[in-house]
Ligand binder design. Structure first.
Ligand code: ADP
Length: 489
């Protein structure tokens, strides 16, 4: 037992697990122990066991052994279990949210929102799996028939980040499960407890042993083990572009299919004809959720020159009023950042911007609460070459630049290696189409900061990766076509 009071205080204490989940068992670790801390307090939350590369291989073998049984089930049999998983996630939403806030730091209401959002993918793909139709194709000869059957691709590996410790897991594993594929998941090291709780609920939902596995281990070792094992036919990754490049290169070894959801550098454009109040609200929402630690978070704000001063003033006042604190406090808008490296990175980006002549309107430094708290920050007069404008910030900091016309706004917005999310506010119908078509990003939010849902394709282009999660297309990556030619009819 830990030597400190149980900070989790869960209604269902069985949700808190400290061991990898392999082949339906909570297995003892044979790797280094993982220490998990609460970013809000710096206090230890607990430890989790990790696996050696040899044990990761054994886990993949177990997933491979589970493939025939899971694949042989009818889509309905799989979907019933996934619906149960969805219902259990909702039933335990309060406990799951608490685990998440404690290990990740986001405000409890946001954590709860994420649980509901994550669960929606379990339901969506439970339904979608039942509609994974193949084709009967008109044959080119009279005595032939032609079928394209859909089959599960095989064992699917998933590597997920700490910023959405629940939703990224369900969004990746649900389409795989629905398609008939066993999954082997490696969650982020800062947030293993959210992942292990999902495994506990998957087990309760009747998902058979070996079909849903959660492993922990040294990340490069796990990545290599996934890449080297011939049974792994698919890897889905959400995380940094840097790690995505490594994983994509490694996937070449066994010619694994890959989905990558990587970094972003989202522009938020406010045109002169925008609904001003809605644009201010939208910028706050799309920037500061999860303290800005979101791949689709607004990274750069572009405001028409005639609105620039008014927008900056109003936006700054709103940012200055955001309450920074522990995510368990119901008044908190902005929780702590994930680790000290995040604070150092943002501090360095701001130092470079300031040296280049940037003006800080509010914030600009570590918060007086200390620890991993950072002041929500607004910057202007920044150079478009500066790191703060070009790199993914992943924190509660944003810069605003003015633009003259639509062409300049688009040029500035598209001038990035990334292509994940983008946003703009305008009430002009023609512009709505022109700018939506002109933005080189996988997703565009027009007059809305919310650009994700179970029913919509989510993903990026360029250095933000490829492949789409969610929607009817989200299951495609987990299915292969098998073409069957029948002669002699
Ligand atoms: P961040 O820098 O935001 O943590 P990462 O891309 O490093 O983003 O992490 C996202 C996920 O990728 C985490 O689960 C992490 O453990 C994992 N990861 C990091 N490096 C590797 C690697 N070389 N191989 C496999 N997984 C990795």
């Amino acid at each position: 037992m830990p030597a400190f009071d149980d900070p989790f205080a869960l209604q269902d204490t069985q949700l808190l697990r400290h061991r990898p989940f392999v082949n339906g068992q909570w297995v003892a670790g044979d790797g280094l122990t993982l220490a998990v801390n609460n970013p809000a307090t710096g206090m230890p939350l607990g430890e989790a066991d990790t696996l050696s590369p040899a044990s990761i291989n054994t886990a993949i073998d177990a997933a491979q052994a589970a493939l025939p049984g899971w694949k042989a089930m009818t889509a309905r049999e799989r979907s019933v279990r996934m619906e149960r998983w969805h219902d259990l996630i909702l039933e335990h939403a309060d406990d799951l949210a608490r685990i998440m806030t404690l290990e990740q730091g986001k405000p409890l209401a946001e954590a709860r929102g994420e649980i509901l959002y994550g669960a929606s993918f379990a339901k969506w793909f439970a339904e979608e799996g039942r509609r994974a139709y193949g084709d009967i194709i008109p044959p080119p000869q009279r005595n032939r028939r032609l079928l394209a059957m859909r089959e599960p691709i095989g064992v699917c590996a998933a590597i997920t980040p700490w910023n959405f410790p629940n939703a990224m897991i369900v969004r990746k594993t649900a389409p795989a499960l629905a398609a008939g594929c066993p999954v082997i998941l490696k969650p982020a090291e800062s947030t293993p407890f959210s992942a292990l709780a999902l495994a506990e609920l998957a087990q309760r939902a009747g998902i058979p042993p070996g079909v849903f596995n959660v492993v922990l281990g040294n990340p490069p070792d796990v990545g290599k083990a996934f890449a080297a094992h011939p049974a792994v036919r698919k890897l889905s990754f959400t995380g940094s572009t840097r790690t995505g490049r490594i994983l994509l290169a490694q996937a070449a070894e066994q010619i694994q299919k890959v989905t990558l959801e990587l970094g972003g550098n989202a522009p938020f454009i406010v045109f002169e004809d925008a609904d001003f109040d809605a644009a201010v609200d939208g910028a706050i929402a799309a920037k500061f959720r999860n303290a800005g630690q979101v791949c689709v978070a607004v990274n750069r704000i572009l405001v028409h020159e005639n609105l620039f001063s008014r927008f900056t003033e109003r936006f700054t006042a709103r940012v200055a009023a955001l309450k920074v604190g522990n995510g368990l406090d119901p008044d908190t808008d902005i929780g702590p950042l994930i680790n000290a490296a995040a604070i150092e990175r943002i501090t360095a980006l701001l130092a470079e911007a300031k040296a280049g002549g940037a003006k800080i309107h509010t914030g600009g430094q570590a918060h007086k609460l200390g620890g991993l708290y950072f002041e929500p920050t607004v910057v202007t007069q920044i150079k478009p070459q500066s790191r703060l404008w070009r790199e993914e910030i992943f924190g509660p900091v944003v810069a605003i630049l003015p633009f003259r016309d639509e062409a300049e706004a688009l040029r500035l917005a598209n001038d990035t290696e990334y292509g994940l999310a983008s946003y703009f506010y305008s009430r002009d119908l023609g512009r709505l189409f022109r700018v939506s078509e002109g933005l080189q990003f996988g997703m565009v939010g027009v007059n809305t900061p919310v650009i994700s849902g179970d029913c919509a394709p989510f993903g990026g282009i360029k250095a933000s990766g490829f492949g789409r999660e969610g929607s009817s297309h989200g299951i495609e990556d987990y299915l292969e076509y098998k073409t069957v030619w029948i002669g002699g009819i």
